[in-house]
Design a binder for this molecule. Structure first.
Ligand code: SAM
Length: 222
């Protein structure tokens, strides 16, 4: 997501400081911030935060984590949470590649990947969040029995992701090439709103790893 640098970024971030947590030592202290008895759901690449903030608002008994590497985008999500006074969501300016340094393994019930950057050129394929190299970076965060929900307008990225996840032994379900034509409950993201209003169909699948997935990923180089 390209964004012009926001004025007063530091000041705005400070105002929302209650919606983030210092990342140093976070992995060790994670469960003093998050209740292990309640579900925890994470969106990686959450942009301006519309989706994850709406989820947090609708599900006060669940906990939400927004991961976004562009601080100016992250701040916009934090401001939405501040405006609604939500107490069940935290925001982190992190790269997906580094998540295992900061979050404990098997802590997430659901990981959402929404309209991930497509990186259409094959020489940059390794940067796609659904490329096996990236999956290896965040899959250990998922609880056993947890799931990854992926949606995108980009058919090439979707086809690549279906193949990549099948190759890795994931069990795919709820696969659709037109999410809005189904009766699946759905909260729209900023990108989804934009593309679907232009008539672009939205692709989605839900993926659950198998034992084979972990074995195959152990051989993947980061
Ligand atoms: C195309 S935008 C989609 C934003 C939002 N999910 C939506 O659907 O409106 C992709 C977002 O993912 C973020 N992103 C891409 N790669 C990332 C990574 N490796 N770690 C964290 N965030 C990433 C980008 O900065 C960008 O904000």
């Amino acid at each position: 997501m390209r964004m012009r640098k926001k004025k007063n970024g530091d000041l705005r971030f400070e105002r929302c400081a209650g919606w983030t947590i210092e990342t140093e030592g976070l992995k060790e202290q994670f469960y003093s911030h998050f209740d292990p008895k309640k579900p925890i759901e994470m969106e990686i690449g959450s942009g301006k935060g519309r989706f994850i903030v709406a989820h947090a608002r609708e599900n006060p008994d669940r906990q939400y984590i927004s991961i976004e590497r562009v601080k100016d985008c992250l701040i916009m999500g934090m401001e939405k949470a501040l405006a609604k006074g939500l107490s069940n969501i935290k925001f982190f300016c992190l790269n997906a590649e580094d998540l295992l340094e900061y979050m404990p393994e098997e802590s997430m019930d659901i990981i959402y990947l929404n309209f991930s950057d497509p990186w259409p050129k094959s020489r940059y394929a390794k940067r796609r969040l659904t490329h096996r190299r990236m999956v290896k970076c965040y899959l250990p965060l998922l609880k056993k029995g947890g799931k990854i929900c992926f949606k995108t307008d980009n058919r090439d990225l979707f086809d690549f992701s279906v193949e990549e996840f099948k190759d890795l032994g994931f069990e795919l379900s709820e696969l659709t090439y037109d999410l809005h034509a189904t009766d699946t409950p759905n909260i729209m993201t900023e990108y989804e709103e934009r593309f679907s209003s232009m008539g672009v169909p939205i692709n989605r699948f839900v993926a659950k790893p198998s034992e084979q997935t972990y074995a195959l990923l152990s051989k993947v180089e980061k």
